[in-house]
Design a protein around this ligand. Structure first.
Ligand code: FAD
Length: 397
């Protein structure tokens, strides 16, 4: 079976690995000349770790990833602790897998090592997809027919546009800066082993280690009326970034000021789609369900998609359209719920007025008083999910 995957992001790579384990030989077409994610952090929640476990790739994470002791919420100015939930031990006990925070390029390289070099064709841009003939037209003018095409080409997906028509993602009114700082550039003890979320009016700042004790990743969100380009590599102006957070806690300013380069981009999302595919062409990851980053689940959902898509094709290789419909039926409700929950979480993180901020923070303190250590994100239903269990259900059906 000839399977083409458009895009070598986390979703495309996991799909390719899972498909190979299911006995297929997919080829990934990636427009970038060199493979590798930009230097940025990513949180790999227990549900995503279980995808890696199902692919025998969990071991190795501990060599490069950090596991936070707690998730801690602090007030933007005073630093007062608003919530604190145990993470290291609690995730293992409650969800059966650890919670990692890693450098994207480390995770990307870890996944790439599970594929033969010729499984990824670099510097190949796909221009269009014809679902009726399952054909890709490439930027060099050539075209090729396949048995199945998977659009794993991210938020601005070309494949999605060809299947479902044009339509821009929605600017959410939030812009972000991100940066990384090596620990040796910071005062000793400034950043501990916890994952921090500083919550203010009109923004929040998250930071965590992506290499234990070595490299700190931070992301600073701010509400804004001004549209910015959605890109991981648009360099931001450090002074402009620091000016966007006047009065924020001095330790944050120290952290961000110690960063050599920062990047700026806009947060976009879409409404959940009514369908993802047509015939032998389908979508996964951000191409199908871009979401706001406030539950840190976009990459995790792309990885779950890739795994379940391969399992569905393994179950009925003789009926590709049927396998893709089944995949979509399994994945759409969950990813739509995560998309909408991320949006709801964004509203909490980006509360604008001081009065609403005060009410939110009192709510956190009240909850901590009566239920200390409870996870504030209410993400149990996300983290509990195990692709291996779902796969067993699929096989039994
Ligand atoms: C600020 C921020 C923080 C985040 N934090 C987290 C987090 O902590 N945890 C988490 O799970 N998720 C997080 N996410 C979300 C996560 O980054 C994305 O959901 C995830 O990277 C999507 O993966 P993907 O494989 O679907 O797409 P992408 O990673 O976008 O990959 C798409 C690939 O397709 C290629 N491509 C595009 N068009 C073409 C074409 N025409 N031809 C050939 N190749 C093409 C691109 O070059 C790219 O390599 C965050 C997102 C943001 C914005």
């Amino acid at each position: 079976m000839r399977i083409a995957i458009v895009g070598a992001g986390l979703g495309g790579l996991v799909a390719a690995i899972a498909l190979r384990r299911a006995g297929f030989e997919p080829v990934i077409y990636e427009q970038a000349q060199a493979c590798g994610e930009v230097g940025a952090g990513i949180q790999v929640g227990p549900n995503a770790v279980k995808v890696l476990r199902a692919l025998d790739l969990e071991s190795g994470l501990e060599r490069f990833g950090a596991i936070p002791e707690h998730h801690v919420g602090r007030s933007w100015k005073s630093g007062r602790v608003l919530f604190k939930s145990a993470t290291r031990v609690a995730c293992l006990e409650r969800f059966g897998a650890a919670f990692y925070q890693v450098q994207r390029s480390d995770l990307h390289a870890h996944l790439r090592r599970a594929l033969p070099a010729d499984a990824i064709r670099l510097g190949v841009r796909c221009e269009s997809v014809d679902a009726a003939t399952t054909t890709i037209r490439f930027a060099d003018g050539t075209h090729e027919a396949f048995d199945a095409i998977i659009g794993a080409d991210g938020i601005h997906s070309m494949v999605r546009g060809c299947l479902l028509g044009p339509g821009k993602p929605r600017f959410t009114g939030v812009i972000c800066w991100r940066g990384q700082t090596t620990a040796d550039r910071l005062p000793p003890g400034l950043i501990g082993p916890d994952s921090l979320n500083w919550m203010g009016p009109g923004g929040c700042i998250v930071h965590y280690y992506v290499r234990p004790g070595e490299l700190v990743n931070w992301i600073a969100h701010r509400t804004s009326d001004v549209w910015a380009d959605e890109s991981w590599s648009l360099e931001g102006d450090k002074d402009e970034m620091l000016k966007a957070f006047p009065g924020w806690h001095p330790s944050l300013i120290t952290l961000m000021a110690a960063t050599e380069r920062c990047y700026k981009w806009a947060i976009l999302d879409r409404e959940p789609l009514p369908k993802w595919g047509e015939g032998c062409v389908t979508l996964l990851g951000d191409a199908a369900h871009p979401m706001q980053p406030f539950l840190a689940q976009g990459g995790a959902m792309a990885m779950e998609d890739g795994f379940m898509l391969a399992e569905s094709l393994r179950a009925t290789p003789e009926d590709i359209p049927g396998a893709l419909v089944r995949y979509e039926a399994m994945r759409r409700p969950r990813t739509a719920r995560v998309q909408l929950s991320s949006r709801a979480r964004a509203d909490i993180c980006q509360v604008a007025s001081p009065w609403k901020t005060f009410k939110r923070d009192v709510g956190y303190l009240y909850n901590q008083w009566f239920n200390p250590g409870a996870a504030v994100q209410k993400a149990d239903w996300i983290y509990e999910y195990d692709v291996a269990a779902q796969m067993r259900q699929l096989r039994a059906a």
